[in-house]
Design a protein around this ligand. Structure first.
Ligand SMILES: [Zn+2]
Length: 214
């Protein structure tokens, strides 16, 4: 008796009878030749903001890193455990991706926890609180604004965190060198779960705008 929840087995049955036969050639060539995705996505763990679904991506197309709040910490070669930095290093130096997209999303629980440290869902060990403290200065500034509603503060910090992560990407020497040579582009995006709208960061202004979908 396999030890997986039934809904996962049911999903896998669908995969093996639908998507896999349709894409088996692609899977086989990826297995033979290895992956060569051109784009890395840094997204939140949130089950509602899956990059492969939003960008309609097949196998081998996106190198996806997901963590709480889609944060990239600053470059810190200190011998500690840095899973996000390890994935970034692999994507940039081994896979030689051409694009990195930091994608935030609306109603992010991690961002909500950063705005209100007393809110759920902080774990007993408070790993989330420690992780989200990366954006504590921005969270404090946004929280102190009495001119914004709670929703506006939430959206503002979600977008600030994307710009923050992009700035931190540039603290990694491998990223800044390749970006300087024009071989790597950094992008920001924000996904509105309720409407499906994707907002893309304007690189010059840092504002988020709806892309033209002709
Ligand atoms: Zn989130």
């Amino acid at each position: 008796m396999p030890h997986l929840p039934e809904h996962l087995l049911a999903g896998y049955r669908n995969f093996m009878s639908g998507r896999y036969p349709a894409e088996s050639g692609r899977y086989r060539s990826l297995a033979r030749e290895g992956q060569a995705p051109e784009t890395m996505i840094v997204a939140c763990c949130d089950s509602r903001s899956a990059p492969e679904a939003i960008f309609d991506a097949g196998p081998g197309e996106l190198f996806v890193l997901r963590n709480v709040g889609n944060l990239v910490p600053p470059y810190a070669p200190d011998g500690e455990f840095h899973s996000t930095s390890a994935a970034l290093e692999f994507a940039v130096q081994s896979l030689k991706v051409k694009n990195i997209v930091v994608m935030g999303h609306g109603r992010c629980g991690g961002i909500r926890a950063a705005l209100d440290p007393n809110s759920a869902p902080l774990s007993p060990g408070d790993f989330i609180g420690k992780w989200m403290s990366l954006i504590a200065p921005a969270a404090e500034t946004v929280s102190s604004s009495t001119f914004m509603t709670a929703t506006e503060r939430q959206t503002a910090l979600e977008r600030i965190s994307i710009r923050y992560s992009i700035a931190n990407l540039r603290t990694f020497p491998c990223v800044s060198i390749l970006e300087g040579k024009g071989r790597l582009s950094l992008h920001g995006a924000w996904f509105d779960i309720s409407t499906g709208e994707l907002w893309v960061m304007n690189k010059e202004t840092g504002d988020f705008e709806r892309p033209e979908l002709a």
